[in-house]
Design a protein around this ligand. Structure first.
Ligand SMILES: C=C(O[C@@H]1C=C(C(=O)O)C=C[C@H]1O)C(=O)O
Length: 357
């Protein structure tokens, strides 16, 4: 190894770091002044943040991967925004849940996460303006819809202003470094079911599977009980100092969860957006087909269609629909108009940028 060459590169890095630092602070100063122009109004602008991240990815010449530079800029924007006003984010706790990871992935580390005891509580704290935004799981690629979040979407005055897509990796965690003597496995019901095959193959049949409120709660219980293991993610393993006995034990290799970000604001178009709505359809043959005609007639692509009991009576359903585009786009506006004429109930849940990270 040439000491001389090493020193040359390190000197270059020192010089570059000083330049990056100066530029970061110049950027932050612009953000602070933008905050003053906003004059105490809404500071977080999801459409602008999505545009910044998309632009950075498209400008990136490498060798750093596009995902990596986007993550770095996610944190830079998080710190710049905190100079305007620090944001508070409600998520389903305790600390170490995938909801917390999703909140950090979307808002960066400068936002203050607040662990809530239920999805309902997280919504309530934002509805009452005690906290700024809520991040709530809405669907998992293996397990399907998160019913409680969908039900809350119907009644909440909050609007969707973003989405977060998170790859979910589950690990078998324990306070001791061996699989010998495991009597029970704690996890959230969805995670137990996402790792069902692995558990059948790898643990004795008499190991009890116990579902608890969250994966982080499972990790906490396992940290107190040497005869127990937990299925949870990396964050929970770190939070409770558990050993990873087996990694990535989810049965479905592309296991992902989608989260929604909700707040009080309507979001302007970013150029790559989705619009989410919920509608009811009368309980008679062909009703859904006829209801959807305005969507097809206006050339709108649906990215999701999910039915859910309306809870009014057996056989009555509401339909959650995601469409590609912003509600101010001509084709979406026309589809929404057509839908409104055909249904007794239509709620626009929000238009928001497609996840960039
Ligand atoms: C600086 C602004 O405020 C926030 C910070 C941003 C940034 O750091 O680039 C972008 C959008 C806003 O969430 C802005 O609105 O442009």
């Amino acid at each position: 190894m040439s000491e001389q060459l090493l020193k040359q590169h390190r000197d270059a890095i020192d010089h570059i770091d000083a330049t990056i630092l100066k530029l970061l602070n110049e950027r932050a100063e612009h953000a602070r002044q933008i905050g003053e122009i906003k004059g105490g109004g809404v500071v977080y602008r999801p459409e602008r943040e999505a545009q910044v991240l998309t632009r950075i990815k498209s400008l990136n010449p490498g060798p750093l991967p596009g995902e990596s530079v986007a993550r770095l800029f996610r944190e830079i924007m998080s710190e710049c925004l905190a100079l305007e006003k620090p944001l508070s984010i409600a998520y389903l706790g305790p600390e170490g849940t995938f909801s917390q990871l999703a909140a950090t992935k979307h808002f960066g580390h400068a936002a203050r996460g607040v662990a809530c005891s239920s999805i309902d509580e997280a919504f309530r704290l934002v509805e009452s303006r005690t906290l700024d935004y809520v991040v709530a799981p809405v669907e998992n690629s293996t397990e399907g819809a998160v019913g409680r979040t969908l039900d809350l979407m119907i009644t909440t005055p909050l609007k969707i202003c973003g989405e977060v897509v998170l790859r979910i990796h589950h690990h078998l965690l324990r306070s001791v470094a061996t699989t010998e003597g495991i009597r029970r496995v704690y996890s959230h019901a969805q995670s137990l079911s996402q790792c069902h095959e692995w558990l059948n193959k790898n643990l004795p049949v008499d190991v009890e599977r116990i579902s608890v409120a969250s994966n982080a709660e499972a990790a906490r219980l396992a940290s107190l009980d040497p005869a127990a293991a937990a299925i949870a993610g990396q964050a929970a393993a770190e939070r409770f100092g558990l050993t990873k006995l087996a990694e990535n034990i989810e049965d479905e290799p592309n296991n992902t969860t989608r989260f929604l970000v909700l707040g009080h604001q309507d979001v302007s178009p970013s150029g790559s957006d989705k619009t989410s709505i919920v509608v009811s359809a009368p309980n008679r043959p062909g009703a859904v087909h006829s209801l959807l005609a305005p969507v097809a007639d206006n050339g709108v692509s649906m990215t999701k269609f999910e039915s859910r009991p309306s809870r009014v009576g057996l056989g009555d359903y509401v339909f959650f629909i995601d469409m590609e585009g912003h509600r101010t786009d001509a084709n979406i506006a026309a589809a929404l108009q057509g839908l409104a004429e055909k249904t007794a109930y239509l709620k626009i849940l929000g238009s928001y940028p497609v996840a960039v990270l």
